[in-house]
Write a protein that binds this ligand. Structure first.
Ligand code: ADP
Length: 193
């Protein structure tokens, strides 16, 4: 059983890789960004609240995000392992996640960080915008999301590095190449795959 998460700058492909890796491990990929977008599309009260933050590339308030993740991780399908994508994004969320996992009698095994150059990230998001039309994929919002990532989420990666559970993988290359790189790096940790 593997409890893991993936982090990386916006545009690093973590959502795509999360799906690939979770499928291999037979565990659910839990993406907070996807959960928020589903709420926005369904115009739920949470979606109406979250929308203004998403559109501006800001974090949804921790109180909303933490409650959503807590509920999701209590779902029985997460009991056999999970791959969190997009959470925690700041050190407060990291502390909350520790508490949620402790109350479930479990803990995190691995934090996988995808790395990529800023220029490449901006380019990928702009081309994704032309295809998917995601409301937060405009150049100004993209640059803002990158800034927020370096300021708030890098310290999360540093904290996991301090615990000895951070695994960094280069996110440059096509989807299959990066997946194989992740699988090879994970094998090196001795975690089951
Ligand atoms: P990306 O990594 O490309 O920014 P995501 O789908 O992971 O895309 O996230 C999209 C947006 O969803 C974020 O910009 C933010 O507004 C919101 N969001 C996702 N996860 C969190 C989180 N853990 N805390 C607060 N807001 C979040």
């Amino acid at each position: 059983m593997t409890n893991m998460l993936i982090l990386g700058p916006p545009g690093s492909g973590k959502g795509t890789q999360a799906e690939q890796i979770a499928a291999r491990l037979g565990i659910p990929a839990i993406s907070t960004g996807e959960m928020f977008r589903a709420h926005v599309d369904a115009a739920t009260p949470l979606g109406l609240e979250a929308r203004k933050y998403l559109d501006e590339g800001n974090f949804v308030p921790d109180s909303v995000t933490n409650a959503m993740v807590r509920e999701r991780l209590h779902n029985p399908d997460a009991g056999g392992g999970f791959l969190l994508d997009g959470y925690p994004r700041n050190t407060k969320q990291l502390e909350v996640l520790d508490g949620i996992l402790a109350s479930l009698g479990t803990r995190l095994d691995l934090a996988l960080q995808l790395t990529a150059e800023d220029g490449e990230l901006v380019e990928r998001m702009l081309s994704r915008a032309r295809i998917s039309g995601r409301s937060d994929d405009t150049e100004d919002v993209i640059r803002h999301r990158l800034e927020v990532y370096y300021r708030q989420t890098e310290p999360v990666a540093a904290a996991y590095a301090g615990r000895g559970i951070l695994l960094q993988v280069d996110g440059d290359g096509d989807i299959g190449t990066v997946t194989e790189r992740i699988v090879a790096a994970m094998r090196g940790t001795g975690l089951e795959l």
